[in-house]
Design a protein around this ligand. Structure first.
Ligand code: FE2
Length: 290
């Protein structure tokens, strides 16, 4: 075994999402947050939505609350309008990212702004530590033109939403999202057929890859495992991740975050540290304090 393989990242386990329905009946695939992978600290939920059938998404996500964590919406296709009870409103278009810190609480809707055509994207929930759960709500929202693109290797294109990627010339490309506590990395990685890339994951973070087009091999040497479309790989071992695309290329989310290592008490849209805090969230919501 070469010395370098000691710090190679490898696939610890693979998970396939399960069909679920949320909001007013939107059909989606729950990858994190279901029985197979309840969470991956600091990540609480990953939903993939993707359909050409309007009846699968048209009902949208009418008014609902959140408290105690962040929701990250990344659109691939389609248009979604969000509005909250603090007067914030915005339109997500293909390639947009919305990193919403719900903090102490808000009530919002997320509704499709189209009646036909394709709707595709992801929602990720990122936990907040106890000391930040009751912060003021905050939005970091960026249209596609504000998401930098790195080309770190031949045939590899990376949209850097959060975190850093080292480009082929050694320069670093940094995403626009600021979140010092969990220090997230959120990359949309596209590889042409047969393309290869080695990327160093942030040290000490929990990390996963979720393939959504094609397939790729993850890991080095005898540890390499194939990740098919709509499979999530929990990554472990060292920090240096080797990705090699299959014959049809691949596209995947590559996500990492610093774990919080705090107790999690969650019920629906409220994620706190204790059951009592969750009960308080229900009371505050019902009494209009969001
Ligand atoms: Fe929401």
């Amino acid at each position: 075994m070469a010395p370098s393989s000691f710090d190679s990242a490898r696939v610890v386990r693979k998970v396939r999402g399960r069909a679920a329905s949320d909001g007013a009946g939107v059909k989606l695939t729950r990858v994190i947050g279901g029985p197979d992978l309840p969470d991956l600290d600091p990540f609480l939920l990953l939903d993939e939505f993707g359909t050409d059938r309007a009846e699968d998404y048209i009902a949208g996500f009418p008014d609902h609350p959140h408290r105690g964590f962040e929701t990250v919406t990344y659109m691939l296709d389609g248009r979604m309008r969000h509005r909250d009870n603090h007067g914030n409103e915005g339109l997500l278009v293909p390639g947009s990212v919305q990193w919403m810190t719900a903090g102490r609480g808000l009530v919002h809707s997320e509704m499709p702004e189209q009646e036909e055509g394709r709707m595709r994207g992801f929602q990720l929930w990122v936990n907040l530590p106890a000391r930040e759960k009751m912060t003021e709500p905050r939005y970091q929202e960026f249209p596609p033109a504000r998401i930098p693109v790195a080309r770190p290797a031949a045939g590899v294109e990376v949209k850097v939403v959060a975190g850093e990627v080292e480009a082929a010339d050694g320069s670093r490309v940094r995403g626009p999202i600021e979140q010092p506590t969990t220090s997230p990395m959120y990359l949309d990685v596209a590889l042409e057929p047969g393309a290869q890339w080695e990327h160093r994951l942030p040290e000490g973070h929990n990390a996963f890859a979720y393939a959504f087009e094609g397939e790729a091999s993850l890991g080095s040497g005898g540890d390499a495992r194939t990740l098919e479309s709509h499979e999530l790989a929990v990554l472990g071992g060292g920090d240096l991740l080797r990705i090699a695309a299959g014959p049809d290329g691949a596209r995947m989310l590559l996500v990492a975050g610093r774990p919080l290592r705090e107790p999690v008490a969650r019920h629906g849209p409220f994620v706190m540290n204790t059951r009592q805090e969750v009960m308080q969230a229900f009371v505050d919501y019902q009494e209009g304090r969001f």
